[in-house]
Design a protein around this ligand. Structure first.
Ligand SMILES: Nc1ncnc2c1ncn2[C@@H]1O[C@H](COP(=O)(O)OP(=O)(O)O)[C@@H](O)[C@H]1O
Ligand SMILES: [Mg+2]
Length: 211
């Protein structure tokens, strides 16, 4: 409604609509040359079980979700078949992803406009979910050109002015797993002196307010 009234809105409703759907986001990113984990979306359990390799494990995620809630890891094909069949019985769309063995750490890059203003590792040894909400600790991370390039490009593809881009590293390769269009910054603010709120306000005033 505000956007229709001509009020500048960050992020735009369109960007939020894309980012909130994990599959729509990854499909768009992949099409535009960003590395993402092998992911399938299906309503067919046999197809899902046939196409996936259970050696490393399969991540089952809600298409719409946050804070690591509701996702789980499957390692056994028979067990997977049973669980996925039950999810289908409840009419869930199956959103399935190869497990990237990251060792209990991922990267959150906080994008404002054309820049990553802050970045952190999120560490939770012994766990594969490294959300701050699941107890992961923020650790300082120097913003490299590589992280900056990937995160800014990912945010731009989705159409976000402000975004929290989740990046998983495996054997030196970086994969984007999610673009958050409503990222909090309590955790990341603990590991940087940059005033993130100020950066967002400065960006909004500079780029969005017509003079
Ligand atoms: N394919 C994957 N392989 C390994 N770890 C993953 C994978 N997908 C998600 N994770 C872990 O789970 C966390 C939550 O997943 P994410 O897709 O970001 O959803 P959420 O919206 O719940 O944050 C990630 O930060 C990461 O630690
Ligand atoms: Mg996430």
């Amino acid at each position: 409604m505000l956007e229709n009234l001509g009020v500048p809105v960050i992020n735009s409703p369109k960007a939020i609509e894309i980012a909130i759907n994990k599959h729509r986001t990854l499909a768009l990113l992949s099409k535009n040359g960003i590395k993402v984990p092998y992911t399938i979306v299906t309503e067919n359990v046999n197809e899902a079980v046939k196409r996936l390799s259970f050696e490393k494990g399969i991540v089952v995620k809600p298409l719409f979700g946050s804070k690591g809630l509701g996702s789980f890891l499957l390692k056994d094909r028979d067990f997977a078949w049973r669980v996925l069949a039950d999810l289908r019985y409840l009419r869930h769309v199956l959103y399935l992803q190869e497990f990237l063995k990251h060792g209990g750490r991922d990267i959150r890059a906080f994008v404002v406009g054309e820049n990553v203003v802050a970045a952190m590792y999120r560490e939770l040894p012994g766990s594969w979910k490294t959300n701050i909400a699941r107890g992961a600790k923020p650790k300082p991370l120097k913003i490299t050109d590589e992280v900056s390039e990937i995160a800014v490009k990912a945010a731009k593809i989705v159409g976000c002015d402000v975004a929290g881009v989740d990046i998983v590293e495996v054997e030196g390769e970086k994969y984007v797993i999610e673009v958050n269009s409503q990222p909090g910054w309590k955790g990341i603010q603990r590991v940087t002196k940059i005033d993130i709120a100020k950066k967002i306000v400065e960006y909004a005033v500079r780029e969005k307010i017509k003079r």
